[in-house]
Ligand binder design. Structure first.
Ligand SMILES: [Zn+2]
Length: 177
């Protein structure tokens, strides 16, 4: 992913195993490690809460609230922070229930990031659109979608599709089946 070694400027730097940059000239090594990211299925009486992505990758497609976990942050705290930032609503970290994890590739500005996506669910029956203050720099709209009206092909990321399927087959079915 580097054209020149950041340490000695050699052009011989290599990117191997999809994650490690090695310079044979000076021994510089940089691991482009998997990043942790979160997503939350918020269930309300109006349907499942989705955002429409306002930015690439996946601009205009459906996604869950969430994002990258910050350095020094736990996954639950990251999930809580993202929901505050993106939707303007705050729930206790203990309210988020982890139920699935899948890998994803996130392509941004010519760099492919490998992510380990952690998926949570949260039940907020009375939440409606007027409770939300969406961050318009990241989100172009919020949608509440009934499960029977959800079209998986409208979802931006494969990991999110898999998480939704597991959620509907297990957790949602147990409550509403
Ligand atoms: Zn070097």
């Amino acid at each position: 992913m580097f054209r020149y070694c950041p340490a000695c400027a050699s052009e011989k730097i290599r990117f191997e195993q999809c994650r490690v940059n090695c310079c044979p000239e000076c021994g510089f090594t940089y691991y482009h490690n998997t990043a942790a990211a979160t997503g939350c299925i918020i269930r309300t009486n109006e349907g499942l809460l989705f955002i429409i992505r306002g930015r690439e990758p996946g601009k205009g497609k459906l996604d869950l609230p969430g994002g990258f976990v910050d350095p020094g942050e736990g996954a639950m705290d990251g999930m809580r922070r993202e929901i505050i930032e993106e939707l303007g609503i705050d729930y206790k970290t203990g309210d988020f229930k982890l139920f699935a994890s899948f890998p994803n590739k996130y392509f941004y500005k010519n760099i492919s990031y490998n992510t380990c996506d952690l998926f949570f669910h949260l039940d907020v029956p009375d939440l409606t659109e007027k409770d939300l203050h969406p961050d318009s720099s990241e989100i172009s709209a919020v949608r509440f979608i009934k499960t029977e009206e959800l079209e998986l092909e409208q979802i931006a990321f494969e990991s999110v599709k898999k998480a939704i399927c597991i959620y509907l087959d297990t957790i949602y079915l147990n409550k509403h089946g």
